[in-house]
Write a protein that binds this ligand. Structure first.
Ligand SMILES: NC(=O)c1ccc[n+]([C@@H]2O[C@H](COP(=O)([O-])OP(=O)(O)OC[C@H]3O[C@@H](n4cnc5c(N)ncnc54)[C@H](O)[C@@H]3O)[C@@H](O)[C@H]2O)c1
Length: 335
């Protein structure tokens, strides 16, 4: 059967890169995105323009909440794999605008799960987040760790989506993989993320706010490694008869459902990340040290050995190379 992949959030950062890779491989892709104005819409449109150059790409501009358009799109395109990346992202914005998160991430995801069940897709991959580990102290984070203490509303919507997905997978034997992303960065990235904002401020000589006095650590994952990991996972849908081959396998005992971390598996300090930005831009940053922000976590680190065992995933890009690539793109895109 011909592979047909529907990607929600295709004009977003990760969705765009993934769609482009699949299109390059000759796979038929349908993108679904509302092109909302959470950040610069021009950036989303420019990503979309690149995708529209491919003959094997088609696109629907609509919200996940618009059930009629969603159903029409799915029924017409008939995807066998769905990669659901559309979401209201960002931890900080969820303090001010929680309703949007509820609508996009819970209701929107539920609409996707329901329609995926109806048309019997072979594999539904859903974007989750390392933020579901919340207040956990034990690192690296493993998929089998308890995730009961989210500290932001964004994280709570992501955890809820995991739970909704598991119930549908169990009830209707719908093969689902939840992918927990760890701070994804790179060219065509998200302007609301710290590294992007810092770059803009360094170039315009403005002060940057550094939370928790810089005592923060992130597992920064380069976009090409993320795309590579998702690509390798396409045909590795969990099945109800799969046996747990590995000690740390997060496979559900009652459903074709699995949770997978996808990170770079290295803990980098925020200050090292900033120093590298300064070096690449050849400019000193004016720093404004701030206390810890509500909803933030101090440290993230992924154990991605499960994904590695299942797919051979092997993140290759160290953060210095990744930042260099990002800066090159940034200077070129914004002249
Ligand atoms: N980038 C990261 O570091 C990161 C980390 C953890 C999790 N994630 C998750 O990965 C996924 C992709 O993230 P991203 O960084 O590409 O974000 P992004 O904001 O660049 O992309 C999301 C896209 O979804 C679209 N969208 C949002 N709400 C929608 C709705 N209700 N209906 C239709 N379209 C809608 C937006 O217009 C946007 O183009 C999200 O689920 C996000 O929560 C990302």
């Amino acid at each position: 059967m011909k592979t047909k992949i529907l990607i929600t959030g295709s004009s977003g950062f990760i969705g765009f890169h993934l769609a482009r890779k699949l299109l390059e491989k000759g796979i038929e892709v349908h993108g679904y995105d509302s092109l909302n104005n959470y950040y610069d819409v021009k950036l989303k449109k420019d990503r979309n323009k690149i995708l529209k150059k491919y003959k094997n790409f088609s696109f629907t501009k609509s919200k996940l909440e618009n059930k009629k358009t969603l159903e029409k799109t799915f029924n017409k395109f008939k995807p066998n794999i769905v990669i659901h990346l559309a979401a209201q992202a960002g931890v900080r914005y969820s303090l001010k605008n929680p309703d949007i998160y509820l609508e996009s991430n819970i209701l929107g995801t539920f609409n996707i799960i329901k329609i995926a069940k109806k048309i019997k897709v072979k594999h539904l991959i859903i974007g989750s987040s390392s933020s579901v580990y919340g207040a956990n102290k034990k690192i690296p984070f493993q998929e089998i760790d308890k995730t009961d203490h989210q500290v932001s509303f964004y994280a709570a919507t992501k955890k809820s989506a995991e739970s909704l997905a598991h119930s549908y997978s169990s009830l209707w034997r719908l093969p689902i993989t939840m992918l927990r992303f760890f701070t994804v960065y790179g060219p065509w990235g998200r302007p609301d993320m710290a590294y992007f904002k810092f770059t803009k401020k360094i170039l315009t000589g403005k002060k940057i706010d550094i939370y928790n006095k810089g005592k923060m650590f992130r597992d920064y994952t380069y976009i090409d490694d993320i795309v590579d990991g998702i690509y390798k996972l396409l045909n590795k849908a969990p099945t109800i008869n799969s046996k747990k081959k590995f000690k740390n396998d997060s496979l559900s005992p009652v459903a074709p459902f699995r949770i997978l971390n996808i990170g770079n598996t290295k803990k980098i300090s925020l200050l090292d990340f900033i120093n590298t930005l300064e070096k690449e831009l050849n400019k000193k940053i004016k720093r404004h040290y701030m206390p810890m922000q509500k909803g933030d976590v101090r440290s993230t680190l992924s154990d991605s050995s499960l994904l590695k065992r299942i797919t051979g995933y092997n993140p290759r890009t160290n953060y210095k190379t990744g930042i260099k690539n990002f800066i090159n793109w940034y200077l070129n895109y914004y002249n």
